[in-house]
Write a protein that binds this ligand. Structure first.
Ligand SMILES: NC(=O)c1ccc[n+]([C@@H]2O[C@H](COP(=O)([O-])OP(=O)(O)OC[C@H]3O[C@@H](n4cnc5c(N)ncnc54)[C@H](O)[C@@H]3O)[C@@H](O)[C@H]2O)c1
Ligand SMILES: [Zn+2]
Length: 682
């Protein structure tokens, strides 16, 4: 028995999938699936058994692992054809796959399993290449297929993926023994081979032949002539414009539920939007079945040239959002039946702005980014189809049958519950060290996207990389006492994640000196970084939050010393008191926008704190007559709870202030000092 060893068939399949998935020309992200059939020894009977390994539901070909494969008994899977109740009940066949699993079966079999199992070839690839879909969505796709591939590739008219499509393709293969694959109308390609290499060769041949044909025969300017005033703005202007529009656009995309955003100003997007046919084509929507849940049937397109002002653009976007929602509701009403899932929200997931770029949205950054990638796939498909013919995606009713498919709905229902701060975008200043770093980590762990802003770009990026990929955390350089730098950091946040919901004013430094030794520079530095710095950050952030219309949280890391007259501490303590009063003033002012402003008063956080490490700790230790390494314990003994305060304790308080549980609390300070009676709030 070789129960724990991967079969060579499966290993070969994974290697082929990785090669195919590594090149975006072959398939879109998480699109397509591959399979292999082979004989293994049945561990129960010791007899040979024919198995089907097929990529399971979800996941991407490029990173497929053995656990991503479903493993089925081929005889049982094929026997399903005998009990198939007909197309009206084909969805029931997905549950029937469970009766065909070999052993524990691996990953959940996807809807495409029938196609892979029923086709009489040992190796099958089903892919969504832009070039193949261009042929599949050309108005005369069937004739083009014959012209490009002769009888080697067969046209299969559009049919929603499922058991019937599997039977159709299996029968086509039987009737066309010379064929190596087919073009699936409105959808993609399927290719096969008797060996893994042969299947891969056939897939690549179809993809490359379609691409070469498009390159050679496409008309010039497939998207039509250039539109005056719609060309890409110069880069700096473009990014500034994108940042200026982003809060409005995220607010529009989040009217029904909050979304994270992704922005791209890739040439492919700018070129599409600069051409005369983009309004007609964008309105036709996407076609590949993978796309509808991710991009919705069509994007919202700002119908103004790049030369329009920001104000004109914002006003028009608000009007277009109203129309978009009405049209989406009408689309739902046109096609929904009594057993359709409820409408999932009427807001656009893709917003196109001529001269500027594309904003795409999702429940997290990765989903938002992939939605954008899918729309780039759609642009490539439209370019190919229009170059040879006319772009003709599947009918709207069919798009609806995919978007509101009971099987897709069931997948959505099975998704884990979102984390408490999912969809929220946080900006934490001074987050490369100490309390800020712990806070950024905690906010990210609770589901938010985090921007780590600090004096050193390198340290900020290193702290971000510790948290995760740039889908989760990014580092930016900022000196919070410099208004331009603060504006740039807020712009970077908005361009990274679409907007901003949660600001932590944490950057700070401490120079403990008695009055007579406190220089004007000491005073200015501490006030510039903490008092003025948090004012600037709050101001730039509140502007974004107000434009988004999604509320928000601003949290100040003040200090016990904002209340307590600590020894030799006039500049630091006064700056902290300034910050603490900003909490109250801004809580009162910003409440009408749903923005809560609260503070945390830490004390004695020695571990991990750069403030303590860089002299202040030694100074305090000397003042109190203890060794520097024992300072944390010394502080703990001064507290009511006799506990040392760690950066994580402050992070916990910031998190709690931002959760829905404290949705009705603003203007509050939470002491996190293990109990210091002299700093009790009253
Ligand atoms: N550690 C404590 O016991 C304690 C107690 C009360 C309040 N606080 C406050 O908590 C905050 C964080 O302190 P910490 O102990 O984690 O210190 P820390 O030195 O570990 O972290 C502070 C961070 O702020 C950054 N920073 C400094 N000036 C900046 C500027 N102009 N622009 C951007 N970033 C800047 C620093 O580079 C550093 O990474 C500070 O506001 C501090 O006053 C700390
Ligand atoms: Zn497909």
């Amino acid at each position: 028995m070789e129960l724990n060893l991967m079969s060579t068939t499966a290993a070969e399949l994974i290697a082929r999938s990785h090669r195919l998935g590594a090149d975006p020309k072959n398939t879109n992200y998480a699109g397509g699936n591959t399979s292999a059939k082979g004989t293994e020894t049945d561990p129960v009977t010791g007899e040979p058994v024919e198995l089907l390994w097929v990529k399971g539901s979800g996941g991407d070909l490029g990173t497929l692992t053995e656990s991503g494969l479903a493993v089925l008994r081929l005889d049982r899977m094929r026997a399903l054809a005998d009990v198939y109740p007909g197309i009206a009940r084909e969805d029931e066949m997905v549950a029937a796959f469970d009766y065909c699993l070999h052993g524990k079966g691996g990953a959940a079999p996807s809807i495409d399993t029938a196609m892979h199992g029923l086709i009489d070839a040992a190796h099958v690839d089903h892919l969504h290449p832009d070039s193949g879909i261009a042929i599949a969505t050309a108005a005369d796709g069937e004739a083009l297929t014959r012209k490009i591939f002769g009888d080697r590739v067969v046209w299969v008219p559009w049919r929603r993926p499922g058991f019937q499509l599997g039977l159709d393709i299996a029968s086509i293969k039987t009737r066309n023994p010379q064929a190596v694959g087919c073009i699936l109308g409105g959808h993609g390609i399927t290719a096969w081979g008797e060996t893994s290499d042969e299947a891969e060769r056939n897939s690549l041949w179809i993809i490359d032949t379609a691409a070469a044909h498009i390159a050679e025969h496409s008309r010039a300017e497939p998207f039509g002539p250039a539109l005056d005033g719609y060309g890409g703005l110069p880069e700096g202007e473009r990014r500034a414009r994108a940042a200026a529009l982003a809060p409005t656009i995220r607010g529009i995309a989040s009217a029904d539920r909050p979304m994270v955003g992704h922005f791209t100003d890739a040439d492919v997007v700018l070129d599409f939007l600069a051409s005369a046919e983009h309004p007609r084509l964008a309105a036709l929507g996407t076609s590949c079945p993978d796309h509808f849940l991710r991009t919705k049937v069509k994007p919202l397109v700002l119908d103004l040239p790049a030369t329009a002002t920001v104000e004109e653009s914002i006003a028009r976007l608000h009007e277009l959002a109203v129309t978009y929602r009405e049209e989406y509701q009408a689309y739902y009403d046109r096609h929904a039946t009594a057993d359709s899932p409820a409408i999932r929200g009427k807001d656009p997931l893709v917003v196109l702005v001529p001269g500027v770029g594309m904003f795409s949205f999702g429940k997290d950054k990765q989903t938002a980014r992939v939605a954008g990638e899918f729309y780039v796939n759609a642009i490539n498909v439209m370019r190919g189809a229009e170059g040879l013919s006319t772009y003709a995606p599947i009918e709207e009713a069919e798009k609806f049958r995919i978007e509101y498919w009971a099987l897709e709905e069931a997948k959505l229902q099975r998704m884990p519950k979102p984390r408490p701060l999912a969809t929220r975008v946080a900006l934490v200043t001074g987050a490369a060290s100490g309390i800020g770093r712990a806070t950024a980590r905690r906010l990210a762990a609770e589901g938010s996207c985090v921007v780590i802003a600090d004096l050193s770009l390198e340290k900020a990026q290193a702290a971000a990389a510790e948290i995760g990929s740039t889908d989760v955390a990014v580092g930016v350089q900022v000196d919070v006492s410099d208004a331009d730098a603060v504006r740039a950091a807020v712009e970077a946040t908005v361009l990274a994640f679409g907007g901003l919901d949660l600001v932590v004013n944490n950057a700070g430094l401490s120079l403990s000196r008695p009055l007579l030794q406190t220089t004007e520079q000491d005073w200015d530095l501490q006030h510039d970084v903490m008092a003025k710095g948090s004012f600037l950050v709050s101001q730039a952030s509140a502007k974004v939050m107000i434009e988004q219309g999604m509320g928000g949280d601003i949290v100040y890391i003040s200090s016990k010393n904002s209340l307590f007259a600590g020894p030799n501490n006039v500049a630091y303590g006064a700056a902290k008191a300034d910050q603490a009063h900003q909490v109250r003033l801004l809580a009162a002012e910003l409440g009408e926008h749903g923005i809560k402003v609260n503070g945390v008063n830490p004390d004695g956080v020695v571990q991990g704190s750069g403030i303590f490490a860089s002299g202040w700790g030694a100074n305090r230790a000397a003042v109190y007559g203890v060794e520097e390494k024992d300072l944390g314990k010394f502080y703990a003994q001064r507290t009511i709870l006799k506990r040392e305060v760690l950066p994580e304790n402050i992070a916990n308080a910031v998190f709690v202030l931002c959760t829905a549980d404290l949705s009705h609390t603003t203007g509050l300070h939470i002491p996190v000092d293990a109990g210091v009676a002299a700093a009790f709030l009253r």
